[in-house]
Design a protein around this ligand. Structure first.
Ligand SMILES: O=C(O)[C@@H](CO)OP(=O)(O)O
Length: 347
């Protein structure tokens, strides 16, 4: 059977979080945290027939062989007209949002903000687990923050992806950096996934709270004050950014750089932070400044959106290890996974 880690990936599933009608933070949270209670929108489409086919192939893909068929992305090596070589059945793109795995300051319960700390070993495991959960979804570009916890999460998650592509960090800081990081083989480029780092996706800058213990700060300033600093939309922590300010940069970046990619049919993942993602989700789900207060994101839990005709449709979060969640696939995502299955059978 080969790698247990890899075969587990074949079992990973999505729990459906509903269609475009969703606006409740509580239900969002339940979905993110793994509850199987689901809300289905009228526009949710199911591909139950395909699920049986998904079960067929769980053969081991050799991750070490460089020349096997499984090493080629089956979709991007087909002849259809997607930016990376294929066209989806209907014009839609997948967008995965993911908060980084647990960091060493999450573990210590310290305000972190823009302090650049790495993952704990639990965070490493969360990132690998998240990678298994997204291993059957198409990915053309990844956006991460400029902070190491998001980048570690990205790289660890990508070790599990069935497309076998290599995540490659783009260095466009200067002309020289761009030139010096060029790839000169078209074939190798096709086997790479560009990873774009953007400071605009960084965690909200927590000002003078950075490095303070959250519990001790609540004892000193009162629970309500600290809750306002942490969760309100308008209130700024001392000399730090409010969520509103964080949204100003993160959502502007999203609109200017990420949405055009989705519009052109590319499938994306954004790996960022609790508050930069809260602000992006606020925009995607049209949450009010009151509703966003209750929005909590767990570390290392991927969330799937479908972008179709200018709308973002939230599909849910990956949990558990049964096949049922394949319901979350749309026709084009199901087709992608089917191709992966066929290629791994051939390989
Ligand atoms: O400390 C931070 O940077 C953030 C995320 O970990 O904390 P909070 O949940 O308080 O926004």
């Amino acid at each position: 059977m080969g790698s247990p880690a890899l075969s587990q990936a074949f079992n990973s599933n999505w729990v459906v979080g509903g269609g475009g009608d969703f606006h409740s933070c509580k239900r969002f949270q339940e979905s993110c945290l793994g509850s199987v209670s689901v809300g289905l929108g009228a526009d949710t489409r199911f591909y139950i027939g395909r699920i049986r086919r998904f079960r067929i192939c769980r053969s081991y893909i050799s991750r070490s062989s460089k020349s096997c068929a499984a090493c080629q992305d089956p979709i991007s090596s087909s002849s259809r007209s997607h930016p990376h070589g294929y066209q989806t059945a209907e014009k839609e793109s997948a967008l995965i949002l993911m908060r980084h795995g647990e960091s060493m300051w999450n573990e210590k319960n310290l305000f972190t903000g823009c302090v650049d700390v790495p993952l704990t070993s639990k965070g490493v495991e969360e990132a690998i687990e998240a990678g298994k959960r997204i291993s059957n979804l198409p990915l053309d570009i990844i956006y991460t923050s400029a902070l190491i916890r998001a980048q570690m999460t990205t790289m660890l998650a990508l070790t599990q992806h069935r497309c076998m592509k290599v995540p490659t960090i783009m260095h466009h800081e200067t002309e020289q950096a761009r030139t010096w990081s060029q790839i000169y083989s078209e074939g190798t480029k096709k086997q790479s996934i560009p990873v774009v780092k953007a400071w605009q996706l960084n965690e909200r800058m927590y000002g003078e709270l950075q490095g303070l213990n959250k519990q001790e700060t609540a004892e000193q300033y009162g629970k309500e004050q600290v809750h306002n600093w942490r969760r309100s939309y308008h209130v700024r922590p001392p000399n730090g950014e409010s969520l509103e300010m964080c949204l100003g940069r993160a959502v502007t970046f999203f609109k200017e750089h990420i949405e055009p990619q989705l519009l052109s049919g590319r499938h994306l993942m954004v790996v960022a932070h609790a508050n930069s993602l809260r602000s992006i989700i606020m925009y995607l789900d049209k949450l009010t400044s009151q509703e966003v207060i209750n929005l909590e994101l767990s570390t290392g839990v991927p969330m799937l959106y479908i972008y179709r005709e200018g709308n973002f449709i939230r599909r849910g979060s990956l949990v558990g290890s049964s096949e049922a969640g394949v319901y979350a696939y749309t026709e084009s995502l199901a087709a992608y996974r089917q191709k992966l299955d066929e290629t791994s059978k051939d390989g």
